[in-house]
Structures are given as structure tokens and as C-alpha cells.
Design a protein around this ligand. Sequence first.
Ligand SMILES: Cc1ncc(COP(=O)(O)O)c(C=O)c1O
Length: 396
Amino acid sequence: MSPSPWRLAARTERMNPSVIREILKLTELPGIISLAGGLPSPDTFPVEAMRAATTRVLRDHPREALQYAASEGYPPLREWVAAEVGSRGVAVDAAQVLITTGSQQGLDLVGKALIDRGSRVAVESPTYLGALQAFTPYEPELVAIACDDEGPLPAALAAEGQGARFLYVLPNFQNPSGRSIGAARRAAIAASARDVGLPIVEDNPYGDLWYDAEPAAPIASLWREGTIYLGSFSKVLAPGLRLGYVVAPAEVMPKLLQAKQASDLHTPSLNQRMVHEVVKDGFLREHVPTIRKRYKAQRDAMQAALAAHLPQSGPRACRWQVPGGGMFFWLELPEDVDAEALLPRAVERGVAFVPGAPFFAGAAKKNTLRLSFVTVAPEAIERGVRALAAALETTR
Ligand SMILES: Cc1ncc(COP(=O)(O)O)c(C=O)c1O
């Protein structure tokens, strides 16, 4: 056999298959109740509205919808995003909005524009695995900031965040932990970051999915020129559209734009026009509450099942917070239980989850796991949690 002509770049050493995708293969086995997924429920996709919008776009603007377009994005959609984030207290001009191919691309562009080899990047503990995957190829030194049930501790931020290129933070219903940062903590984080000159990258794909109370205003509203804000249509319309956005201060926007040009020239014109056609007259004001209602019932079913089946006191106690929104519960098992070792036992009993360790940039808490409640009916959630409790019993 002749030697391979391919020589991979050194950075590929740092790229790893998503542990979650590997786990999902296991969980797609028939008969398994998967609480492992990270996908929205397809029952929430507004198929009819999309179909009608697509028909209108292709009828009225076929040539533009199928042509190359500006890298910044479709101007009316940028205007819509500027007004949308403006209504959350983040006053911006449409010139500060870059439409991206999912907010995942926004994370990659941020990494490309801001991270050098060895740059310190501060992240929450735990944090979104997809962000770790996006940043890692740019070879940062990831700094895991100490967190409590309300996110990063401002004092830890001041101590450890100094000199970092940015703090990556998810203030609303975090993936994976489900936790949210309250208004006072947001203010303290913004103040502390501003003090030490630490810019913030605020990722908010779940903010609209609140079930108890609307979240506090974005950190971007507290420190506009020091924050890059990312949003997404994936959780309020459909993720297959691959449509998100970055709102960035004027001094970084040109470099994000050039990074985007190199990456994919622009986000598909047809998708941008379709989505603008759907959202322009206030469709989300009607649609999002239907998603909230559905997911809230599933959230409540999971809370009830966890409370019924898992010990909450004594030596085998499990700990969790009820998420005020989003898609996930985060469980802390007894210290001596490794969630990865627990997974095959759970699968044997018919339920799957995602072990928590891969979500940590620093020292991993192996006794943690993530449960998604949005794609499983309440009755199956109950059975799934019961099976999880039975698997946990075997660790005694
Ligand atoms: C925290 C977080 N950020 C970004 C993304 C990527 O979303 P998008 O579909 O907009 O690329 C996800 C997807 O699950 C997410 O959970």
C-alpha cells in the first residue's frame, strides 16, 4: 500500500467527534426513550406558514431569492433583527446585524476573528459543547469560570477573566444546565467584565422559551459596546433553516463579516427571505406562545417525575433546579456516580441521557447529566425518568 498523500493540519488534533452525536447513535435504537436529544420538537415547526411564505417568495422574487446576495444578510431581515433586539433593550442599527448560517456559525466567526493560539477565553462551567467545538480549532486556552446556580461568579470573573479575549456566556436557560442569570447578577457580571476590560459574547438561542417569567434584559443592554450578542431562529421556527444572527460593535463587525465571506459568502437567500416573509407581520407573537405552552407541560411532567422517583435527601440524594425555560434539566447525582458509566445501564432499562462531563472545559463533574424534555410526550417522560431511577438504584 502506498503511503497516504494527505497530511492533516496540526489543529485537527484538537477536533473531536461530538460526544453527543456518538451517544445519539446509541439512543436511536428502537424502544429507547431518549432524553438525550438536543433537538426542538418537530411538532412546533410552522409548516403551513413556511409553505405559504416560500410560495410567495418564489412567486414575487424568484430571481433575487435564488441569486448570490450580500454577505451581511438580507436588509429587511437585518432591520427586523435590529428592531427585535431593540425591543429587548439592545438599541442597535441594522448595520450592526450580521445574518449567519445558524448561531453556530456566529460562534465560529467569533472564534476566527478574536482567538489567537494561546489566547485565554473564559467560559462558564459547564458550557455549551458546540461553542467549545467552535472555539477549540483556534487553539485558545479555555478558562473555566467558577459558577453557582445562577451562572458565573463576578468575583471569579474579575480574578480569572482578566486578559482573556472574551467571556462566553448563556444567560437564559443555559444548555446544558438549564440555569438562568437574574438581573442583579447580569449587572454584576457586566460591571466586573467592564472593570477588567473583558468583552462578552452573549449567546441567547433559548430566551423566548420561558415558562414562568420573561428573562431579564440581555447583558448586551448593560454594556453595549463590550458585548457581541448571538440569536437564532432555530428554537422559535425551525433549526433546519440554519438561520441565526450576530449583533456586534462597529469595531469588530468588519472582521466578522470578512470571516463570514471566507466561510460561506452568505447565508442562503431563499431561507432569509422565507423567514422574513414569515416573521415580518408579527407571526412569532402568536407562534412562540404555542411552543411555550407545549414545552412547559413537558417541563412540568419531567419535574413531577424527577420529584416522584429520585431521592432528594439522604446519602443518595440527587440535586437539580427546575429550569424556568429552555429544553433541559441538569441532574447532579451522588458524588460517587459516574454518569458515563451509568448510561449503558440506563439504556438497558430503556432510557438515554447525555452525561455531563463533555460540557466542562475545566475539571469535569462526572456525576452530572443532561435531560431534554421537549421531544418526548409527558407519559414517556415519566417512564423514562422511572427507568433512570431504576438504573441509579444499581449504583448503590
Ligand atoms: C447554546 C447554543 N448556542 C448555539 C446553538 C446553535 O444554534 P443554531 O441552530 O442557531 O446554529 C445551540 C444549539 O443547540 C445552542 O444550544
